[in-house]
Ligand binder design. Structure first.
Ligand SMILES: O=C(O)c1cc(=O)[nH]c(=O)n1[C@@H]1O[C@H](COP(=O)(O)O)[C@@H](O)[C@H]1O
Length: 272
């Protein structure tokens, strides 16, 4: 099964467009996990088990592991997802971007070492920096297009031939790079107008849409701007708002995360 087939099946069978971001920050961990040698794995496993019912995808962000030399815990988390939730796409958020020979190594890291379904990459170095990932025919690549951060405007809003650069990226990926139907784009929920512009350019290509939750993106505007005719087409990511949800009476951290994940999924579904 290809990445796109798996994602389509997950959207339908799970009735969810919510991607749960795994950005494990030790400083925000609950007291019971502090000081444990495999605290990152234990935290992520508890979050995965608690939120899987509400998720169409999981997205570990590699920096939170690599900064601490905790790649082995990321390997275990990816293996845990593969074994226990094989139907849920695993998005490795690494935002890679380098020349071809180096990109081949990054592709092996994403698809062999971590066995991810799809990896995030930057388009800045062009076609030959992205094509090595596309050799992995059953996997996918999600290309940064209009990112959720304010500073993304520095380059992505530059006018080139009368159109903002992010629209050129959308067109390039949809019309030239997506030869095997393996590509998607990142567009931030904080830019719903641009989300609608991108959707008009790319047809049904999938979007990773971070920026709801902690970054304040509007769920209604996001869904109405970015959905396809079938009411899917997006993995709408939320990380901190779910991972570090404040427990209510009787809840532990995982139960709080589950409650917020279900609320977020349901809010998204209201506007599909
Ligand atoms: O590629 C991404 O996932 C990404 C792209 C983007 O434009 N903005 C963005 O926030 N992200 C990632 O999405 C997650 C957002 O986390 P929260 O703001 O906590 O929901 C982080 O892992 C970011 O690195």
């Amino acid at each position: 099964m290809t990445f796109i087939e798996k994602l389509n099946a997950a959207w339908t069978s799970r009735n969810s467009l919510l991607c749960v971001g795994l950005d494990p920050d030790l400083k925000k961990f609950p007291a019971e996990l502090q000081g444990k040698p495999d605290a990152i794995f234990e935290f992520c496993r508890a979050i995965i088990d608690a939120t899987a019912e509400a998720a169409c995808a999981f997205k570990p962000q590699i920096a939170y592991f690599a900064a601490l030399g905790a790649e082995e815990q990321l390997e275990r988390i990816c293996a845990y997802l593969r074994t226990n939730y094989p139907e849920i796409p695993l998005v490795l958020d690494a935002k890679r971007g380098d020349i071809g020979a180096t990109a081949e190594q990054y592709a092996r890291e994403a698809f062999e070492r971590y066995d991810a379904d799809v990896v995030t990459v930057s388009p800045y170095m062009g076609w030959d920096s992205v094509s090595p990932y596309l050799e992995w025919k059953d996997r996918g690549v999600i290309v940064l297009c209009r990112t959720s951060n304010a500073g993304g405007s520095d380059l992505q809003f530059l006018e080139v031939d009368g159109k903002p650069l992010y629209q050129h990226v959308a067109r390039l990926v949809a019309e030239k790079w997506n030869t095997n139907g393996q590509c998607g784009l990142v567009v931030g929920a904080t830019f719903p107008h641009e989300l609608a512009q991108v959707r008009a350019i790319i047809g049904d290509m999938p979007l990773l849409v971070p920026g709801v939750g902690a970054q304040g993106g509007d769920v209604q505007a996001t869904v109405t701007s970015g959905k396809t005719a079938s009411g899917t087409g997006m993995m709408i990511n939320s990380s901190r708002a779910i991972l570090y949800a404040k427990p209510e009476a009787g809840e532990d951290f995982a139960a709080a995360a589950r409650r917020v994940a279900i609320q977020t999924r349901d809010e998204i579904n209201r506007f599909r």
